[in-house]
Design a protein around this ligand. Structure first.
Ligand code: F6P
Length: 360
């Protein structure tokens, strides 16, 4: 029987559990022995690898977060750490690994894959593994599912957790607006997203925000007054509140961060009764929405199918399992990572007009 493991790494997101569940069960249905690596890559380094059975993933489809734990592992970033990871995988006779995490976590998986043979050889030379290991475990197959609230990855229309996070943001903003209207206040809401403005944009569209600030499209110089004018127009048309959404990574044309505190102060100076709410980790938690359960379940099933139905050559090409519309698609993992990272560099270098060309 094939032996495969799943790990979750980086920031958790709602929908990771449904992905773990469907992957484990589909793999079991195909006859595989399935394992969970606990606490992200730390579990590979420390041999915290436990077998899963049908019952161990029961009842998790509606639970936020990840039942197998996640971490941003520092030891795995070292070659020594990855050597331990290879040793522990081989010790457990696992050569198929599903990683659910962000671009950093998926890059780590690919690094482990590319170093696999040389690390095995070192372990054989150190006398820790016997020579025939190279024959039995010639490669490590990797599949990646993007688990991140940020929706910041190429290769998928949606990352697992982004829909739930927008749901949390909408719930919060809807609540805030009812008090804002009562007092005729202006609210500046800061949302997560790291270098990606998707959460701000999506929730801004869905709440009718007056102004949205995102990293990918920094506002023209003098934007502060344009923003104030927009808010004023709303008030003149009878609106009793104003709403500005600031992505935590928002920057101006010079690349300087635009903070929610700065926006609030500007509005206050213009005579607004302005307040800030920084939504923080409430955006990452809670029960997954229908869409996150659906896409995570579909992606998990496809990851198990990939390990089962692929040729040896295909198994040597790591894949990212994403969604295109309501269907799963497989793309070359590292192409997706590189494209994603090149968008981040374009933003850093303030080459904003080129972002759309890369993202498509
Ligand atoms: O990548 C997910 C995310 O929630 C980002 O939106 C945010 O910038 C970051 O993680 C927060 O990280 P931490 O939970 O480590 O504070």
């Amino acid at each position: 029987a094939k032996r495969m493991a799943v790990l979750t790494s980086g920031g958790d997101s709602s929908g990771m559990n449904p992905a773990i569940r469907s992957f484990a069960r589909q793999a079991m249905l195909k006859g595989a022995k399935v394992f969970a690596v606990r606490e992200g890559y730390n579990g590979l380094v420390n041999d915290s690898i436990v077998p899963l059975n049908w019952g161990s993933v029961a009842g998790i489809i509606s639970r936020g977060g990840t039942i197998i734990g996640t971490a941003r592992s520092t030891e795995f970033r070292t070659r020594e750490g990855r050597k331990k990871a290879v040793f522990n995988l081989v010790k457990n006779r696992i050569d198929n690994l599903l990683v659910i995490g962000g671009d950093g976590s998926l890059t780590g998986a690919n690094l482990l894959r590319t170093e696999w043979c040389s690390l095995l050889k070192e372990l054989v030379d150190d006398g820790k593994l016997s020579l025939d290991v190279m024959e039995h475990f010639p490669m490590l197959s990797i599949a990646g599912i993007v688990g991140s609230i940020d929706n910041d990855m190429c290769g998928t229309d949606l990352t697992v957790g982004a829909d739930t996070a927008t749901r949390r943001i909408l719930e919060a903003i809807d609540s805030i607006l009812s008090t804002a209207v009562s007092h005729q206040r202006s609210f500046v809401i800061e949302v997560m997203g790291r270098n990606c403005g998707w959460l701000a944009l999506a929730s801004g569209v869905a709440t009718g925000a007056d102004y949205i600030l995102i990293p990918e499209s920094p506002p023209e110089d003098g934007w502060e007054q344009t923003m104030a004018d927009n808010l004023e127009k709303g008030r003149l048309s009878g609106r009793r509140c104003s709403l500005v959404i600031v992505s935590e990574g928002a920057i101006d044309r010079q690349g300087k961060p635009i903070t929610s505190a700065y926006v609030r102060q500007f509005l206050e100076d213009k005579g607004h009764d302005a307040r800030i709410t920084i939504l923080g980790h409430v955006q990452r938690g809670g029960t997954p929405t229908f869409l996150d359960r659906y896409i995570a379940t579909r992606m998990g099933i496809d990851a198990a199918n990939y390990f089962y139905d692929s040729t040896a050559e295909q198994l040597n090409q790591p894949v990212l399992i994403g969604m295109s519309g309501m269907d799963t698609i497989r793309s070359p993992l590292m192409e997706c990572v590189q494209k994603t990272q090149s968008i981040a560099s374009l933003i850093k270098e303030r080459r904003f007009n080129e972002v759309v060309d890369v993202r498509g």
